[in-house]
Design a protein around this ligand. Structure first.
Ligand SMILES: [Fe+2]
Ligand SMILES: [Fe+2]
Length: 268
């Protein structure tokens, strides 16, 4: 799925050109470059073309797209173009490393980040928010703290132990601490920190309630829950988008119904 290009000419220690700027880099070459002990190779910020993000988004969100009405399709197109632009434009930002790493870490985590971002932008647009770019990036990075948790826990196919669950629940705070020095907009930090908070105060890490949770975080909570229900995971089967909306509708204590309405207004 991932395709990389050299951002600049890369030379070996003895001055030989290893890769020319713009040249495509295969996974095999990438591994070789990473093993080279030279600053040039370590500093390679591998650049994905924007079209690659557009393709990743299109492939990842196919199920969502198939369930949209005509208004939903319009909003989906806007959301896809915002998300592709945000991911591509992040290449010169200090948090780029996290976007790049996530796209190569655990495939379903990358697809989940894309889906949550796209649905969040769409719901934010229905709710007429003017912070779509911040919500797009916050939603994409919402689970970034999971990169600090062992893959064996993230991908465990059966029930987590209490200790493993405790690790998982740290991912919100870990994500904030990973990004805290990067001068990110507060909306993005809120989303990373609060996307597991619930209306009735039963969420984590802070147990915030109702109006204490800002609308951008609530949007990502709903998108996150929808994608979790509609996606396959090593430990569970997937359900339809309609079933996901019905399940969240029944849980009125935890999920804000006005935001669920925003998503369902875009569905067939
Ligand atoms: Fe999360
Ligand atoms: Fe998530």
């Amino acid at each position: 799925m991932s395709k990389y290009y050299a951002k600049k000419d890369i030379y070996s220690k003895d001055g030989r050109l290893l890769l020319a700027s713009g040249q495509e880099i295969s996974e095999k070459t990438l591994i070789r470059l990473k093993s080279l002990d030279c600053a040039e190779a370590i500093e390679i910020v591998l650049q994905k073309e924007k079209s690659i993000y557009e393709k990743d988004i299109e492939e990842s969100t196919r199920i969502i797209e198939q369930n949209l009405n005509s208004k939903g399709i319009n909003y989906y197109k806007t959301a896809s173009s915002i998300a592709a632009e945000i991911l591509y434009e992040s290449k010169n930002q200090p948090w780029w490393i996290y976007i790049n790493t996530l796209s190569n870490y655990v495939n379903w985590m990358y697809l989940h980040a894309i889906n949550v971002s796209i649905m969040s932008i769409m719901m934010a647009k229905v709710l007429k928010l003017d912070t779509l770019n911040e919500i797009a990036l916050g939603a994409f990075l919402h689970d970034i703290g999971k990169m600090m948790i062992p893959k064996s826990v993230i991908q465990k196919p059966n029930k987590l132990t209490d200790v493993e669950m405790m690790y998982i629940k740290q991912h919100c705070e870990l994500g904030v601490s990973m990004l805290k020095d990067h001068n990110l907009n507060q909306i993005i930090i809120d989303i990373i920190s609060q996307h597991h908070e619930k209306q009735d105060g039963s969420g984590y890490p802070q147990g915030l309630k109702g109006a204490e949770i800002p609308v951008h975080s609530k949007i990502v909570t709903v998108a996150d829950a929808i994608d979790a229900i509609t996606s396959y995971r090593p430990y569970k089967l997937k359900k339809s988008l309609k079933t996901a909306i019905e399940e969240l509708r029944q849980d009125t204590a935890k999920y804000p119904q006005d935001i669920i309405d925003a998503m369902s207004s875009l569905l067939l």
